[in-house]
Design a protein around this ligand. Sequence first.
Ligand code: NAD
Ligand code: ZN
Length: 353
Amino acid sequence: MSNVEIPTEQWAQVVEQIGGPAVYKKIAVGKPGPDEVLVNVKYSGVCHTDLHAMMGDWPLPVKMPLVGGHEGAGIVVSRGELVKDVQIGDHVGIKWLNGSCLSCSYCMTADEPLCAEAQLSGYTVDGSFQQYAVAKAAHVARLSKDISLEAVAPVLCAGITVYKGIKESGVRPGQWIAIAGAGGGLGNMALQYCKAMGIHTIAIDGGDEKREATAKLGASAYVDFFTSKDLVADVKAATPDRLGPHAAILLAVSEKPFQQASEYVRPRGAVVCIGLPAGARISAPVFETVVRMIQIKGSYVGNRQDTQEAIDFFARGLIKAPYKTIGLSELQSVYDLMKSGKIVGRYVVDTSR
Ligand code: NAD
Ligand code: ZN
């Protein structure tokens, strides 16, 4: 076990300047610090966040040059001397939250995504678009060895994030959720988690390919934002009593859905903001928000417990969202597709090619 051979060089995708492109090249393999592990990443999902990081379009400074990626699934090949509960050979996931201080009031109460010292994979520290990545042992997702590293990769951000968002919505089995951006990576996962929880879904996205894909994943209705003349009315009409869904989960990478949702959720409904379109703002009419008792909130990834719960749904065979696997060397082509909104589901990169 201890004699796993670790190369000194590896293949990686490196963003050398804001705006990109990502460059496939050889770089040095990192060394784990005392509380860290080195993970031989086998597969990594590609999240729209990776594109935001490359474009530098958020009001949060990004490391440059940058190795992106935060849906990495792989095997631990070495560990620092303080690491006791992760063994060499263990299967683990590298997620967005690479590490946190573990001692602030947020970390102590399991709200570690809110830690002011949080380190973010593929953003403030190098992430999973490389063959060997360093991560804090306390935060790596624990994966049992019978789980496919390829199929679980998109769960490590998309899955955890939507699972948490559904919990934050307060919606219960038998009720309705509208999902804006349902045809994308997070959206496909959200449809599957809702289905597993017995929640009805209204998928909102554009085009017939996404209509078909979301129907296969269990959506009860589809509203096409390309063609709908009155999206608010169409979403309301999709619920049996025409009062609208109990919540909206907003995953789209555009501002419009953030303006519409408070109008189509039913009284006492929740609007859960997850997507992060650059420079966007939310607005809602004060009068209707008050007299209809609407809740508007944000939801940001998940904590370590959410992580293990989201993975457990997957391990039980309840979450089957489509993905396409390509070589790590082809990463830039995924960003090109993503920019045009053409991706249905998730792309996963195989780091061996
Ligand atoms: P994606 O590109 O795979 O999917 C986005 C989808 O939104 C696409 O299917 C697109 O067609 C659709 N869309 C665009 N405009 C729309 C509109 N007006 N109405 C309905 N749908 C519309 O992206 P993704 O990887 O699923 O990520 C989605 C967003 O979530 C990104 O901004 C990402 O950074 C963010 N994100 C947030 C968190 C968090 O913790 N809050 C975690 C992960 C990702
Ligand atoms: Zn992500």
